[in-house]
Design a protein around this ligand. Sequence first.
Ligand SMILES: Cc1cc2nc3c(=O)[nH]c(=O)nc-3n(C[C@H](O)[C@H](O)[C@H](O)COP(=O)(O)O)c2cc1C
Length: 319
Amino acid sequence: MRIILAPMEGVVDYEMRDVLTQIGGYDRCVTEFVRVTENNLLPNRVYRRFSPELANGGMTPAGVPVYLQLLGGNPKSMALNAAKAQKLEPPGIDINFGCPSKTVNKSDGGSVLLKEPSRIGAIVGAVRDAVDPKIPVTAKIRLGFSNHDFLEEVVDNIINAGANEVCIHARTREDGYKPPAYWSSVKQVADKSPIPVIINGEIWTPEDAKLAKEQSGCTDIMLGRSAMRCPDLALIIKADQDAQPHQALAWLEVLEIVLRYLHNSENRHPNFVSNRSKQWLVFLQKRYPEAAALFQRIKRLKVADEVFTEITAYLKTVD
Ligand SMILES: Cc1cc2nc3c(=O)[nH]c(=O)nc-3n(C[C@H](O)[C@H](O)[C@H](O)COP(=O)(O)O)c2cc1C
């Protein structure tokens, strides 16, 4: 089983991929989506900003490959940008057909394309043809826009266009992020697919991972929000699969990782550290109730230094 860390815009950035892949268990990451609009050839600095790993052979410091994700609805423009991006030698290029954002969908990208299986085929085919055959091209989709009617056709078109893998977030655009994820709806396409199909959505525990694989017929899984809630989840799932013991991270170990992430992000924009620290504590609090208490202490802080001072003061109370 491979475990892939999901792309999450505004959450899973370079620094987050770094700390999570250092903890371990992940076989691949995907960048936040890079928006490709019609007639716009993006400069290299944009790709390097989304994937600083490109300076390191496309690998996180822990050595995990990071695929570059493109999002757009125009086959020609996607192909031109993919052709340019591949010169920076990403380990793979992923195409986003799942983004539910109204703004993105209105400007012809993301999940709205699930209504047009032939265009999805054209985009994947154009990108595949534009990129060196040695570089894998993958697609990330949902079950559909408002129903599952086109799922089979979408997946067939992705396969026929020459994609190397497809990842399915087992919900429609209309389902949003509401549980459940419909893992069993993936089975009919996974069972007959000649390329790997990766199951994604609502995998929070080793038991969920087992069920998701069983019900979808997939071997590999992708973890999104659960990776934020439980930073060692990939290790926990792999240990469970191999019937090996795993000592789950204690709260203070997790907090040390949060601090490392925040310190590595210090040179971002002024509110970055305070925003991201609150965001991560909200994810963590379901598993670590201590995170909720720390969140209360920092929730009104805006400046990075104040956040670090408060966390240091908090650490003195729990040592
Ligand atoms: C805040 C947020 C940002 C996301 N950004 C992206 C993105 O940039 N590209 C993408 O393909 N999916 C994106 N997704 C979808 C996730 O990759 C994943 O498919 C989804 O969260 C379901 O998996 P989960 O239930 O494990 O979280 C995003 C999801 C969230 C919650």
